[in-house]
Design a protein around this ligand. Structure first.
Ligand code: SF4
Length: 78
């Protein structure tokens, strides 16, 4: 799955939402989140993010590694 990280917080540009072929990017109060079970790993969202908030899960920089859980937990609470 791809993961949205802290650069999205209070930005929510939503360019990624328009690119996602399976509509698995959801809006939260302060950021956008990718549903880990629905994402098909196409990678279309990553290059269009103007703040470079999106990473493939295995490519997350160490300081952002926790965002994999942040995205998962967002859907657990719905
Ligand atoms: Fe959607 Fe593809 Fe991005 Fe996954 S990688 S969130 S399927 S655009």
């Amino acid at each position: 799955t791809y993961v949205i990280t802290e650069a999205c917080v209070d930005v929510k540009d939503k360019a990624c939402v328009d690119e996602c072929p399976v509509d698995c990017i959801y809006e939260g109060e302060r950021a956008l989140y990718i549903h880990p079970d629905e994402c098909v790993d196409c990678g279309a969202c990553e290059p269009v993010c103007p703040v470079e908030a999106i990473y493939y899960e295995d490519d997350l920089p160490g300081r952002l590694a926790g965002y994999r859980a942040v995205n998962t937990e967002f859907f657990a609470e719905l």
